[in-house]
Design a protein around this ligand. Structure first.
Ligand SMILES: Nc1ncnc2c1ncn2[C@@H]1O[C@H](COP(=O)(O)OP(=O)(O)OP(=O)(O)O)[C@@H](O)[C@H]1O
Ligand SMILES: [Mg+2]
Length: 262
């Protein structure tokens, strides 16, 4: 792994009524690297990745620090410049991605619109790309899905469609916030494998936030453990699993049945 795709230096983020929830945080993601961020509820995982993609919820702001992506500090980008990289070079898969679909538009038309707002291709090419990405996500009946409205599809299908819409852009960096937590185990595995394939096929780097240190251990190269807005432990996953340093990390590992015995 050579070089850094993104480097975060001394990042401090605050919410108006809450004060600083992330303070002086440093981290980087290498090219083709998958980082798993774990930590309990409220530890600042969502805040961190929303800060990276400049989509903090209301009242949230970056107080100080730098976020260097391909040599530029994207935390200082204007709204207009963000439009050229968000959803394109850096994309976010939200905690409940299915809920971001437009309920009154067929999947096909919103998928095609989303692709064409980022890539300069014809309608037919976009349809082809959309259908192909759906099939890659295990949604074989892509023709029917393209004609459906969200209410005609199951929750798991909607989630996979929303993820497919992000993956279709083949971004350089994917930020995924608990992308599979609402899905059944088989679908979860399918999506995780799809994300891992993306790294191999398109050199994509990924930051995945999860409550499940087992999922992070499966997917990630390095694991970062957050607590109270800080990264309290960060290492290659083999080291974290074999020799967790912090009591907090040990507790997280102990709470995952699949990892017992490691
Ligand atoms: N819009 C907001 N306004 C004020 N405070 C917020 C806001 N969003 C988050 N916070 C606070 O920031 C801290 C970090 O929250 P965040 O959502 O980043 O945690 P998380 O690790 O993603 O938790 P979870 O695992 O439950 O998703 C918490 O103390 C939370 O209360
Ligand atoms: Mg969160």
């Amino acid at each position: 792994m050579t070089g850094k795709l993104i480097e975060i230096k001394c990042l401090t983020v605050r919410y108006k009524d809450e004060g600083n929830v992330i303070e002086n945080l440093n981290m980087h993601v290498g090219y083709k690297e998958i980082i798993g961020i774990v930590g309990e509820s409220g530890s600042g995982k969502t805040t961190l990745i929303r800060a990276i993609i400049n989509l903090l919820s209301s009242g949230g702001e970056i107080v100080s620090g730098e976020i260097i992506f391909k040599g530029e500090d994207i935390s200082k980008y204007s709204k207009e410049r963000w439009r050229t990289i968000r959803g394109n070079e850096i994309c976010m898969i939200f905690q409940n991605p299915g809920s971001y679909l437009n309920p009154i538009k067929r999947i096909g038309s919103q998928f095609v619109e989303s692709i064409r707002s980022h890539i300069d291709i014809s309608r037919n090419e976009a349809i082809e790309k959309a259908e192909e990405t759906l099939r890659r996500m295990g949604l074989c009946d892509s023709f029917r899905i393209m004609k459906s409205y969200p209410f005609q599809l199951s929750g798991g299908m909607k989630q996979r469609i929303a993820i497919a819409m992000a993956l279709a852009m083949e971004p350089k960096l994917i930020l995924a916030d608990e992308p599979t937590s609402a899905l059944d185990v088989i679908t979860q595995v399918q999506i995780i494998k799809e994300l891992m394939k993306l790294r191999n096929n398109f050199n994509t780097s990924i930051i995945i936030v999860t409550h499940n240190i087992g999922c992070a251990a499966y997917m990630a190269d390095r694991i970062m453990v957050m607590n109270n807005g800080e990264i309290i432990e960060s290492d290659y996953k083999e080291n974290i699993i074999a020799k967790p340093q912090m009591d907090y990390t040990k507790k997280l590992l102990d709470s995952i049945p699949e990892l017992e015995g490691h």
